[in-house]
Ligand binder design. Structure first.
Ligand SMILES: [Zn+2]
Length: 210
């Protein structure tokens, strides 16, 4: 099954991508990861991407799409794949269609903005060992200190309230129109994100079947 996962930043689509990946034994392909992979492997498109990054520029759509094309042609995608974080815009979705990539299902994880904002703004990370915490849902034993290594916890710039609002606005403007795009194709399935990850996963699995 060829899948696309949609959802605002912080809606938990990365987690759901992992769950589907385990259940269906198909790879979850996230743009950030394959970009890093292509650069590390020095593929044709990877080298192109690197030239933009080294120049401090955004990697243009055609290069990202080229890298996705390279990745989807690998053997492990024969039985399907999950695209996580791509497409983000209508032109990217059109490019995917033009490439002849058949998409069977699009699963959109929906979480209200207020909930995302409170989830993300409570997130704290340890830069030393990579442990993650949440002031409300997964608090460290001592406030502001990493349980694992004793380092002081920090809030990532991505999780600060202003940045979160910016990211949500960008999502609503650029990515949300994709819901209509795939609805018209009759392949959109909406999953309401729940408080507990396992409840969301149950709904996601259901959306794979009906
Ligand atoms: Zn730590």
């Amino acid at each position: 099954m060829n899948l696309i996962l949609l959802g605002a930043p912080g809606a938990g689509k990365g987690t759901q991508a992992e769950k589907i990946c385990e259940k269906l034994s198909i790879p979850a392909i996230s743009t950030g990861n394959i970009l890093r992979e292509a650069i590390a492997n020095g593929t044709e498109m990877g080298l192109k991407a690197k030239s933009f990054i080294d120049a401090g520029k955004l990697v243009p759509d055609e290069v990202v799409i080229g890298i996705i094309n390279e990745r989807l042609n690998k053997d492990d995608c024969r039985n399907g794949f999950i695209l996580d974080g791509f497409p983000r815009t209508i032109p990217q979705a059109e490019a995917l269609d033009e490439m002849g990539v058949q998409i069977d299902r699009v699963i959109d994880i929906e979480v209200p903005d207020e909930k995302i904002a409170s989830r993300l703004s409570g997130r704290r990370v340890c830069l030393k060992c990579g442990a993650t915490y949440h002031t409300e849902f997964k608090a460290p034993v001592t406030e502001g200190i990493c349980d694992v290594c004793g380092e002081k916890l920090v809030q990532r710039k991505d999780d600060m309230p202003e940045t979160v609002l910016d990211r949500l606005n960008t999502y609503h403007e650029q990515t949300e129109p994709l819901k209509d795009y795939y609805e018209k194709k009759g392949i959109l399935h909406i999953v309401e994100g729940q408080e507990k990850v396992e409840d969301t996963t149950a709904l996601t699995f259901k959306a794979l079947e009906d």
